[in-house]
Design a binder for this molecule. Structure first.
Ligand code: PMP
Length: 393
């Protein structure tokens, strides 16, 4: 049975700090760090590039990690491409699809800049972009996506969970609407993978962008691009590791996943990520979801009961709680939480300025939760915010 207090021994930093910033990046458990140390100390070499035993061992561990991540996501090995982060995964789709002037992309106002800027840049090629507005709590109504789709729409790009509101959008329904209209769909799963149980095959999106360094508990510098059809995009980068044959006149690309991973990849990171998904799997994503969402909903309810505190987003939410103390700058609130109680929360626009504008504020304080957080940490957050609200406003 999953017990958050039991796993905290694997996260030494939590002895000293109240870490409520897992939406930005999660803490890394010891077994993940150990797996990376094992690579560095015992068998480090390059991937897929040599016959000697260390190269073979490195390649085996790297590819085992791919198997583990593919299985965790509910997908296939060849379709699981390692990247640096969610942002790179999304950019690889934006750069890898064939665009023509007049093509159309539908995205939304609750996107992280990483799932907005790559589409806005396509305007330089004559691609049109429609940005759908959510309900006031940040949830996207699938009917609004349906209405935004035109004959020219090539792609619907949407986030699963908003990192600003904590709202969850029905990406399965939205993908089915996209497909019914003959377009593709991309799901930004930055705040959902590892935090929520879902079935990639049921969502059935054409592209899923996934961070390794959040809910899958891998290290920073890791991410995944899941491709339903490995021929749907062209590789963004070419070079070592991507080709079968080369002459001065041309080259023949390897099959996926190799053709999408040019150059020396983040080998220790990927090996750590492979261990991360095993760790998360052993805890159980359903239990993690229940635990994190329980903490988030408790925190949201209690914070909203404090005079002069405003909480945003839906009541039923993912593990993200945005709020403000009326009259105080969110960065000041975050600094005080840190200085007085070592509570680490994010503050500002969270790389999602259009979402923040919808709230008609300059920014928010954001508490976000991981599998390792405890109810006592919610108590401390609520009590400290209450003190700030009563003494400083
Ligand atoms: N999309 C969303 C919804 C996010 O929350 C984030 C990270 N905060 C990103 C994309 C970017 O993720 P990464 O740092 O892995 O590129």
């Amino acid at each position: 049975m999953f017990d958050p207090s039991d796993i905290r021994k694997d996260f030494p930093v939590l002895k000293e700090y109240v870490y409520l910033d897992s939406a930005a990046t999660t803490q890394t458990p010891r077994p993940v760090v150990d797996a990376m140390c094992d690579y560095f100390y015992n068998y480090a070499a390059n991937h897929g590039r040599g016959a000697h035993r260390l190269a073979r061992e490195t390649t085996n561990h790297y590819e085992d990690a791919r198997e583990a991540v593919a299985e965790f996501l509910g997908g296939d090995y060849e379709h699981t491409i390692f990247t640096r982060n969610t942002t790179e995964s999304i950019n690889m789709v934006a750069l890898g699809l064939d665009w023509e002037a007049g093509d159309h992309v539908v995205t939304t106002h609750v996107e992280h800049h990483s799932n907005l800027l790559p589409w806005l840049r396509l305007k330089e090629k004559g691609v049109e972009v429609t940005v759908v507005t959510p309900d006031p709590d940040g949830t996207i109504n699938p009917n609004d996506v349906d209405s935004a789709i035109t004959e020219q729409t090539k792609l619907v790009a949407i986030t699963h969970v908003s990192n600003v509101f904590g709202s969850v959008s029905d990406v399965e329904e939205i993908t089915s609407i996209a497909h019914r209209n003959g377009c593709m769909s991309l799901v930004d799963a930055a705040q959902s993978v590892g935090h929520m149980s879902f079935d990639l095959n049921k969502i059935d999106c054409d592209f899923m962008a996934v961070p390794g360094h959040k809910g899958m508990l891998g290290p920073q510098g890791t991410g995944v691009l899941y491709l339903k059809d490995t021929d749907s995009i062209k590789p963004t980068y070419l070079g070592g590791g991507t080709v079968y044959a080369v002459t001065e006149d041309g080259y023949k690309l390897e099959d996926a996943p190799g053709c999408f991973e040019a150059g020396t990849p983040n080998i220790p990171g990927v090996i750590g990520l492979g261990r991360g998904v095993e760790y998360v799997k052993a805890l159980g994503v359903e239990d993690i979801q229940q635990h994190e969402e329980g903490l988030a909903m408790d925190a949201a309810r209690r914070l909203s009961e404090i005079d002069k505190v405003e909480v945003y987003g839906p009541m039923k939410r993912a593990a993200v709680v945005p709020f403000n103390v009326i009259g105080l700058n969110p960065h000041d609130v975050a600094m005080i939480l840190d200085e007085t109680k070592k509570i680490c929360v994010r503050s500002g626009h969270h790389c999602a300025i259009p979402s923040i504008k919808l709230l008609k504020v300059e920014g928010t304080v954001r508490a976000s939760f991981g599998a390792y957080n405890l109810p006592e940490e919610v108590d401390l957050l609520v009590d400290t915010v209450e003190q700030i609200a009563t003494t400083l406003t």
